[in-house]
Design a protein around this ligand. Sequence first.
Ligand code: ATP
Length: 302
Amino acid sequence: MSGAVTVRVPAKVNVRLAVGAARPDGFHDLANVFLAVSLFDEVTATAADALTVTCEGPDAHRVPLDRGNLAARAAEMLAERAGLDPAVHLHIDKRIPVAGGMAGGSADGAAALLACDALWGLSTPRAELLDICAALGSDVPFSLVGGAALGTGRGELLTPVDAGTFHWVFAVADGGLSTPAVFREFDRLAAASGTEVPAPVAPPELLAALASGDPDALAATLANDLQPAALSLRPGLAGVLAAGADAGALAGLVSGSGPTTAFLVRDAEAAAKVAAGLDASGTCRATHVASGPAAGATVLPA
Ligand code: ATP
C-alpha cells in the first residue's frame, strides 16, 4: 500500500440520447448511445492518513472536495467492500468541463475506483467494479468501459457497439446545467405538449452509421431528446449551435444534459477550423478538439 497510481479517464458524448417518460421512481428509461472521446481527466491515488480530495484545472473551483465528490464516494465504496479504511489522497487533474453534460464527475468516480483498486492491490473482478460503478451513478459504468456502447435502463446496462473514428469539437459554455433540472424540464415540456413520450430506442441507422465511420451518415442521425429542455433553460445555446454550423460543422447537438455543445466534423483539419470559428464567434467560453472512440479508464504506467 505505497506509491501512487494515476488513472486516465475519458469524457463522453451521447450520439443518441433517447429519453422515455418518467417512471414511477422518477428515473427515465433511456436508450443512450455513448461515445468516449479523447478529452481526459486524470485521477491520482496516493496512500494517506485519511480520505482527502484535491483538484486542479480551469473549473477546479466548481468541484466539491468533500464526500460529495464521486471520486471520494468510489474510494469509500471500494474500501467498505474490502473491509479497508479509505485512507487515500485523490488528486484530480480536471480537463472535462464541470456540470457540462460530458460525465466528468462519473469519469472521476470510475478513475478513482480503478486507482484505489490498484493502490490497495485488490484485483477486484471487473464485474464487481462495474456493479460499484452502477451504484455510483448511471454514467459511471461507461466511464470505466469506454469505447462506444448502448446504455439502456437508466443508461447503466451497457452493450458495446462498433464505431469507426469520428472527430469532434466541444464548445464549453459559461456555468453548468444540473442534470436533474434538465430532466425536470423535459418532463414539464412533455406534459405541456399533451402527447405521449414514445419508448426510447436507438435507431438501427444510427448504429450502422457509427459502425461505418462515415461522418456524413452519423451527422444525419445524431439526436438528443434532452436538447429542447437544455435550450429552454439556456436559450443562448441556440447561438452556439448556429455558430458551429456557420463554422462548417457537419452537425451539432447539446452534449447529454448540456450546456456543452458537441460538433461533428469531417476530420482533424476541419476540427481546427470549426474550433477557430467558434472561438471567434464569442458564443462560448472555450473549445476542445477531440476524437472517439477513446479507451475507458486506464492505469497509466508509473
Ligand atoms: P452527466 O453528463 O453525467 O450528467 P455532467 O458532466 O453534466 O454529468 P459533472 O461534471 O459530472 O456533470 O458534475 C455534476 C455535479 O456533480 C457537479 O456540479 C458537482 O457538484 C458534482 N461532482 C461530484 N464529483 C465531481 C467530480 N469529480 N467532478 C465534477 N463534479 C463533481
